[in-house]
Design a protein around this ligand. Sequence first.
Ligand SMILES: NC(=O)c1ccc[n+]([C@@H]2O[C@H](COP(=O)([O-])OP(=O)(O)OC[C@H]3O[C@@H](n4cnc5c(N)ncnc54)[C@H](OP(=O)(O)O)[C@@H]3O)[C@@H](O)[C@H]2O)c1
Length: 281
Amino acid sequence: MARTVLITGCSSGFGKLAAKSFLAQQWNVIATMRAPERESELISGDNLILARLDVTDPSSIRAAVEAGSDRFGGIDVLVNNAGYGGHALFEEATDASIHAMFETNVFGPMNTMRAVMPGMRKQGGGTIINVSSMAGLIPVPGNSVYTASKHALNGLSEAMALECAPFGIKVRIVEPGAFPTTQFLANVDTRSAGNDAQLKAYETKLRAHFAAQVAQSAAQSGAAADPQDVADKIFECATQETPVHNPVGADAGMLVGMMAAASSRQDFLDQVAPMLTPQDL
Ligand SMILES: NC(=O)c1ccc[n+]([C@@H]2O[C@H](COP(=O)([O-])OP(=O)(O)OC[C@H]3O[C@@H](n4cnc5c(N)ncnc54)[C@H](OP(=O)(O)O)[C@@H]3O)[C@@H](O)[C@H]2O)c1
């Protein structure tokens, strides 16, 4: 019998690619997004439900889970993919942008996990795949709130992997490096409350430094980062035995290698500091 996956954030990027990957392998797919009325590629059919789901709106989550369970008999895999990035120096990030980011990137996955777990427990198991980021494993200066949100998601996922194991529920984390998903770049929250000239100059320098590092890493790997690799890793986590952590991308591989080779977390932080931050103002 076909297995069933519910994916959040299917309007673009990794979520849409993942929905297509599962469909191509004859899965039942509950492809969810905030505005399904705008969707033209994913069309509801025998094994696809296109459902409205905003991860900050528990009633929309309940409705999508119920619709999927009623039609397909249960949900085997949840992919928490919805999320967005943020650029601002922490001192100038607005309260509204900090809270909004945690609502989507942290409380959102909590909402969806709690909605599918009772069903997974009843059916004797399932898999929850949380799309985090390398920013869940390393600090990204200039993206500190995003870093905090993805570290929170990683901590939650590691604890839940242990907490849920006795019920046969696996929790996996997919940690992409930098990938050129168009909407991710367009949706980055750049709200900033201040207008301090020193901070503005520093932020510009920080941003240029980071962009140069990403470009250098891409040049070293010799191939453009392909977002399909992330969708493939999500599918692998749903169908094969994988570790809890699943970094994806050449830059992610390089950083994970540095982490493994470092003698301590402090040693890693010392090594990575010049890559992530200009060392002066
Ligand atoms: N691209 C990268 O370099 C990168 C690297 C590391 C991690 N990631 C992570 O990968 C995930 C997917 O990102 P992407 O690159 O594929 O970007 P994307 O194309 O912008 O996709 C993000 C998706 O999340 C949805 N979304 C945002 N807020 C939502 C909410 N409250 N409820 C439901 N859906 C919501 C967006 O829907 P709308 O169309 O409604 O806005 C969109 O479908 C994110 O969690 C991101 O943090 C991306």
